[in-house]
Design a protein around this ligand. Structure first.
Ligand code: GLU
Length: 470
């Protein structure tokens, strides 16, 4: 066991909507595999052909790529493994581990009704189960049988769940599971077992909606000669209202986070904390996460999605991230808004002064608009109101000081100081008309930084126009 390679898997069903909670189920097995220098496998559980879609598969794969969850094997599609499942079923029939059951739909319903009337748990009664000394009737005509697994009788299934602790389920609770339908197609729980065995999965880390499947899966796995993997069943992720996350109650698709200008680092950091902790650490890199990740610190109660916290983390990653890298990601958003970033100041410089205050890449792109717009046109009344005559002399002095400066942020700052001192003014009294003259707004980031980016020539021209000097 000591030298065993850890192998984990993410086994999503690509049915419809993929939200953040779904991707968290990818993150933990990925992190565990990376931490243990093992392998991480992506298996697409697409046997429900009616509900599965290629679009959902794409969202899953893109989402994982976006977060940087690299896979070592896969995607492996269950639909492409049908022959293998059939082969195992044939072998099980041959070895007496499974049997044909000819009970019709009507008989099953009648059985269930009788059990319910007796206040018993509905379960298959083992009528067609072969036993030594038991005489089975001849198979009825015209009924296509299902194939059932011969679940052990008596005793119980016990496993040490890495999240939930010891779980014990009596075999009497488990009837003989249908492993192939009348048309021969294998059933879900059966495929999972064959896959986990064939893929040599050592740790099954998945949502706790599968806890009820686990004892059945363990029984089949053992019958096939396998060793039970370690199971870690993760509590669900609830939305911010405390309900199960779903499209119906407003969960966003994983894709939307990218579209709304979230940074993958922030989302990964956020998801990592949604059900796992490392002391009080709230902000950590992907590398730290992998280094720290363990199954012992997975949360036992449902985690609750907190959109504000995610936004706060996104802000943190923008504020502290590398401007060039953020600029690369913000650029498509700016182009989407029709901003011509080729005509105007260096985009990285622009991002650099916007990123401290932005929550998303979209906010950065919106903030960038100012730097690439044409010089504004004003009516005389607007100018009168925002660049009053009393400010013209200080503005003229500011122009002179700018002309003499090298245009750097520090030099622009010094030019402001000089003029403020000369006229006995406070910064806003000068900065507001400067902003307005340049952009027709008084809301801009730090004006010295803005001017040094726009450039001293362009600034001077705009200021001159507003006080009618040329
Ligand atoms: N396909 C299952 C799901 O999407 C996961 C099965 C598993 O992890 O064993 O919920």
């Amino acid at each position: 066991m000591a030298s065993m390679t850890v192998r984990t898997r993410f086994a999503p069903s690509p049915t419809g909507f993929i939200h953040l909670g779904n991707l968290r189920s990818a993150l933990y097995p990925w992190a565990f595999a990376r931490k243990m220098k093992g392998d991480f496998i992506l298996r697409i559980e697409d046997t429900d052909q009616e509900r599965s879609s290629q679009e959902a598969v794409d969202v899953i794969i893109e989402g994982m790529r976006w977060l940087g969850l690299d896979i070592d094997e896969g995607p492996i599609y269950q639909m492409q493994r049908m022959d293998r499942y059939r082969e195992v079923i044939a072998q099980m029939l041959k070895n007496g581990l499974a049997y044909y059951c000819y009970m019709s739909e009507e008989e099953l319903n009648a059985l269930r009704d009788a059990q319910m009337a007796n206040k018993e748990k509905p379960r298959y009664n083992g009528f067609w189960r072969p036993e030594t000394g038991k005489n089975l009737p001849a198979p009825p005509e015209g009924i296509k049988p299902v194939i059932r697994f011969k679940n052990p009788i008596g005793g119980s299934v016990i496993w040490q769940d890495a999240v939930k602790g010891q779980i014990e389920i009596s075999n009497d609770e488990l009837d003989d599971l249908v492993i192939a339908r009348p048309d021969g197609t294998p059933t879900y729980n059966f495929c999972v077992v064959v896959d986990d065995l064939d893929m040599k999965i050592t740790h099954v880390i998945r949502g706790d909606d599968h806890v009820n499947n686990t004892p059945r899966q363990i029984n089949i796995l053992k019958a096939l000669g396998g060793v039970s993997p370690i199971y870690a069943h993760l509590p669900t992720v609830l939305n911010d209202q405390g309900e199960k996350m779903s499209k119906r109650n407003g969960a966003m698709s994983v894709r939307d986070y990218e579209r709304e200008g979230y940074m993958p680092e922030a989302v990964l950091n956020y998801l990592a904390r949604l059900g796992w902790s490392h002391g009080d650490a709230e902000i950590f890199t992907k590398e730290q996460f992998v280094e720290w990740f363990d199954l012992d610190h997975l949360g036992k109660s449902p985690a609750q999605h907190n959109p504000e916290k995610l936004l706060w983390l996104n802000h943190h990653y923008l504020q502290h991230g590398d401007a060039a890298e953020i600029a690369k990601r913000a650029l498509p958003f700016a182009h989407n808004l029709g901003i011509k970033t080729e005509q105007g100041p260096d985009f990285v410089g622009v991002v650099n002064i916007l990123k401290d205050r932005a929550n998303t890449l979209i906010e950065i792109a919106e903030g960038a608009r100012l730097f690439y717009m044409d010089a504004p046109e004003f009516s005389a009344a607007d100018l009168e109101a925002n660049v009053p005559v009393a400010t013209h002399a200080p503005l003229a002095d500011f122009i002179t000081a700018l002309q003499a400066s090298d245009g750097s942020k520090a030099a622009v700052g010094a030019a402001f100081k000089e003029v403020l001192a000369k006229h006995g003014m406070k910064m806003p009294a000068l900065a507001m008309p400067v902003r307005y003259a340049m952009f027709a707004t008084t809301q801009t980031p730090a004006i010295d930084a803005v001017i040094s980016l726009i450039g001293k020539e362009e600034t001077i021209q705009r200021l001159q126009r507003s006080i009618k000097i040329s």
